[in-house]
Design a protein around this ligand. Structure first.
Ligand SMILES: C=C(O[C@@H]1C=C(C(=O)O)C=C[C@H]1O)C(=O)O
Ligand SMILES: NC(=O)CC[C@H](N)C(=O)O
Length: 887
């Protein structure tokens, strides 16, 4: 993705220490950066281990010399070599890291290696890396340490580990599993005489003693195998970082003094004692200048862009904005052919109490089942209150106006974005470099110029509603999506309808908002719609009084439908083959034990096949059939993120329990990853489920994703603005128990979510966005894009895991399953679910007499998984969705 930064106001150069972070494509890097920034008040810059500027250039027309890492480092006070997939002995996996350990004399600077970085340091000084008997990912160990060096004043250390490989320095405790006397544990070995052991882990009997930390006895290099930044490492993690920084500073100061003696020996020969203060007074030299001398200047010049380059970048940026601006202009002002254009300047909104009226009732009043439609529905309890506090408060019916509603499509294989008109015809089409930048540009233009007057508490006023496929997400992390199969019907990778009329339920306070952003003329529609709803609320309250019999309720009676029954009876489930599935799970585990991944969310696509509806009755439209199936699904697998989407050639019926991300108009975001699943079965009680979900295996699965989500949010919101507000709590769903965590991010200087009951009842200005500058950069959107594809569907580290999964899933596209579904509100908010527990039907031109619904399912594979257990878990998830599809 191209990161485009807004120009900020110039700031005075910082006097804070500067640290370089070498990123080996890990999914926890930003947590380390945030921890370092917070615990030592440093500015940390990130550099990827394979940054091409440091490589000799093979392109003939680019004659520039590669940058020298040694020169580049002159600008920093210290380096952190981070974790990552793969092996320290593999150049591709460690890249620039391996050059750190070769630095000599004046070029030397302090380094902290973490995990892969630690392994890389050890290998550079004679150690070997080997696989462990039991990989350790997302597990917390009680680490034995020497209380010395970076462990001084460190109390009991409970630290999270994410590694499959270990460092062997040929220590007796490793080779013979014994030492002659306790002190031997802390002695260097013949194999690695310059490496002093600082910590060991004895927690896992099979693995024996695993080396946890080292320091180089002559150079300023330290390393730890565990993850000091994980949410489950205790506070000693930060203590170790501070200790490292102190050691690094001490080393730097000593070196500065020794160097400056050389530098200034002549003029000071007269005698005065040399101190840092004196250096500063006499020559105006800062401590860093003293260390790095003139080279710093040289480096600053070489890293500055040339004028031509800067101009090229600006032109490129503007070019990228051209097409999305054009699309936004057509949406806003029409195209003097078919598109009329609606400026969302005005929001018309009317409200009424919802009484006992359900989302489904309102859908039927507006006949959404008759044509294309989008419904984002929060499943409710029988008292019509949200299933879960915090999710499931709102439901949104996005009305598709036949012949008018515009849509955006994007196809990742051709990188084409299309604006389609009300008849689904292409109005404008172009190739874009970065579709998410294009959508951001469009949304910025669609933002109302003034905060709408009147009641604006609904989180959605209007905007883009739809989905993005898993493959659209892969693009953002530079993983090339699998190709479409030849006979596969073409489905857009992003499909959003531009919803201008909507009905929003607030289930918490039982209120309905009817809204339009179609300009002044649409007030009449709003008033008419609210009248219809108002009448229906009244009617429903009459028919649901105790005296009325259920059958007399015109809304909720389920009419007998022999055609639907016949259709359902013709259904046949086609499940992934267990032998094949289990052998793929084993392959996943092989990649894990070889250190290439910590957790892999392996998935497959199952099907339910029916005889086509029109084989039963020509009169029943397939849209209505989908609607009926959807109603069965929401009744039998009630979920906080149910969704019905009928657009283009797609029918999407979702019963997802999982929030991907939501953010309000001020940019406060929340992610709710789910990881850890127990199926409800006879004999399995809630207590049993709690016990299973409290096991290290399930907690490890969840922890990895929590750390991954923190990393993603830290990358956008920065240190100190990301908090875990719920860590691994068991939530009950219709057919499963799940382990759920909640991670919140609040932009710097913005108040967080509702804290008092009053704020919860009537969301105040900060939720309505009144206080947010309408031009403020939207961190919520950035976090949404930067977190694709959803981490709970990939595993960690994300990039390498996605590459592995692509291969193990037979280079088949996951498509809509595993993607995200929800809305981007014109006011700047958004809410998306992870597309799981979802049935998808794609209409195709072939004349098959079969109707095929695809239901993807899978689960996180870890080193502790059993192949059979994983298969059963996958089938359990499939069943939760397919059950309503059977009679
Ligand atoms: C892969 C699926 O679910 C994902 C995997 C889960 C797990 O491994 O426990 C739980 C929820 C989802 O993030 C699915 O439902 O198909
Ligand atoms: N988290 C890490 O850096 C892991 C390093 C290495 N890939 C291992 O699995 O041991």
């Amino acid at each position: 993705m191209m990161a485009i930064k807004d120009e900020g106001t110039p700031v005075a150069p910082s006097t804070r220490p500067k640290i370089l972070y070498l990123d080996a494509y890990d999914s926890f890097s930003n947590n380390i950066i945030a921890q370092v920034e917070q615990s030592i008040g440093a500015d940390v810059s990130k550099l990827f281990i394979d940054d091409s500027r440091f490589r000799a250039n093979s392109e003939p027309d680019r004659a520039e010399e590669p940058l020298s890492l040694t020169e580049y480092l002159k600008d920093f006070d210290a380096v952190i070599a981070g974790p990552g997939p793969g092996w320290a002995t593999d150049e591709k996996d460690v890249g620039l890291m391996q050059d750190l350990w070769k630095l000599e004399r004046d070029d030397l600077l302090p380094v902290l290696g973490i995990c892969l970085g630690f392994q890389s340091m050890a290998v550079a000084f004679g150690a070997e890396t080997t696989t462990m008997i039991e990989p350790r990912h997302g597990v917390v160990s009680d680490i034995l340490h020497k209380g010395h060096s970076i462990f001084s004043n460190v109390d009991q250390l409970l630290a999270t580990q994410y590694h499959s490989l270990q460092v062997s320095i040929g220590h007796a405790i490793q080779t013979k599993r014994a030492v002659r006397y306790p002190g031997e544990l802390w002695e260097a070995t013949e194999l690695c005489p310059l490496l002093e052991p600082l910590a060991w882990d004895f927690d896992n009997k099979k693995n024996g003693a695993v080396l946890m930390a080292l320091r180089h006895t002559e150079k300023p290099f330290w390393g730890v195998q565990f993850h000091p930044e994980s949410i489950c490492t205790n506070k000693e993690g930060a203590n170790i970082i501070q200790n490292w920084w102190e050691s690094a500073m001490t080393w730097n100061t000593k070196r500065a003094l020794s160097q400056t003696v050389e530098l200034v020996v002549e003029p000071l020969a007269a005698g005065a004692p040399l101190t840092m203060d004196r250096l500063r007074d006499v020559w105006g030299l800062s401590y860093r200048d003293a260390v790095h001398g003139k080279k710093r200047k040289l480096n600053a010049i070489s890293s500055n862009k040339s004028f031509d380059e800067a101009v090229r970048e600006v032109v490129e940026f503007e070019k990228q904005r051209e097409a999305p601006r054009k699309i936004a202009n057509i949406i806003l002002y029409g195209d003097d052919k078919t598109v009329k254009g609606y400026e969302p300047e005005m929001l018309h909104c009317a409200t009424t109490g919802s009484g006992r009226l359900t989302v489904s009732n309102v859908c039927e009043i507006f006949e959404v089942q008759r044509s294309e439609a989008i419904v984002l529905e929060s499943g409710l309890q029988s008292d019509l209150l949200p299933l879960k506090v915090g999710t499931g408060r709102y439901s949104i019916i996005g009305l598709i106006i036949p012949g008018e509603t515009l849509r955006l499509h994007y196809y990742s294989d051709t990188k084409t974005i299309q604006l389609r008109g009300g008849e689904d015809e292409v109005v404008f089409e172009t190739v874009v470099q970065d579709v998410w930048f294009a959508i951001k540009t469009i949304m910025q233009r669609l933002k109302p110029r003034h905060t709408p007057s009147g009641p604006t508490f609904a989180p959605f006023w209007g905007g883009l509603v739809g989905f993005a496929s898993y493959e659209a997400g892969l693009e953002t992390i530079n993983v090339v999506p699998s190709e479409r199969l030849k006979d596969e019907p073409i489905v857009p990778d992003i499909c959003f309808a531009y919803v201008t009329r909507s009905i929003v339920f607030d289930h918490q306070v039982k209120k309905i908002y009817v809204q339009s952003i179609r300009g002044a003329d649409d007030r009449a529609w709003v008033m008419d719609a609210i009248d219809r709803i108002y009448d229906a609320v009244g009617q429903k309250s009459v028919v649901t009084t105790p005296s009325s019999s259920p059958a007399s309720n015109p809304f909720d009676s389920i009419p007998q439908n022999p055609i639907l029954d016949a259709y359902l009876r013709s259904g046949k489930a086609v499940l992934a083959d267990s032998f094949d599935y289990e052998s793929r799970v084993r392959e996943c585990q092989h990649f894990i034990s070889e250190g290439h991944s910590y957790e892999l969310c392996f998935t497959t696509q199952n099907r339910v096949e029916y005889r086509k509806m029109d084989a039963f009755d020509e009169d029943i439209m397939s849209g209505e059939l989908s609607w009926k199936l959807y109603n069965r699904l929401t009744k039998q697998n009630t979920a906080p993120f149910s969704a019905y989407m009928r657009l283009h050639n797609m029918h999407i019926l979702s019963s997802s329990p999982e929030r991907y991300i939501s953010w309000d108009r001020n940019g406060s975001a929340q992610c709710r990853p789910i990881k850890g699943t127990v199926q409800k079965r006879p004999g399995v009680t809630a207590v049993d489920a709690l016990a299973i979900l409290s096991s290290p295996k399930e907690r490890a699965e969840n922890l990895m994703i929590v750390d991954l989500v923190r990393h993603q949010l830290h990358g956008v919101y920065g240190a100190g603005n990301v908090h875990v507000s719920q860590l691994m709590e068991v939530e009950e769903y219709e057919t499963l128990w799940q382990l759920v965590s909640v991670i919140d991010a609040v932009p710097h200087g913005v108040r967080g979510k509702a804290r008092t009951p009053e704020e919860w009842e009537e969301p105040a200005d900060y939720i309505s966005g009144k206080k947010a500058s309408l031009n403020a950069s939207n961190q919520g959107y950035e976090a949404f894009v930067n977190s694709l594809p959803p981490g709970s569907m990939t595993g960690a580290p994300k990039k390498r895991s996605c590459e592995i999964l692509k291969e193990l899933e037979g280079n088949k596209r996951r498509g809509i399953y595993s993607g995200v579904l929800g809305y981007l509100d014109v006011g700047g908010g958004g809410d998306f679910s992870v597309v799981i527990r979802t049935a998808v039907k794609i209409e195709s031109d072939n004349d098959s007499d079969k109707d095929v619904w695809t239901i993807g399912a899978g689960g996180a594979v870890t080193a502790q998984s059993t192949p059979q257990g994983e298969y059963e878990e996958m089938v359990g998830k499939f069943n939760s969705t397919s059950r309503p599809f059977k009679l």
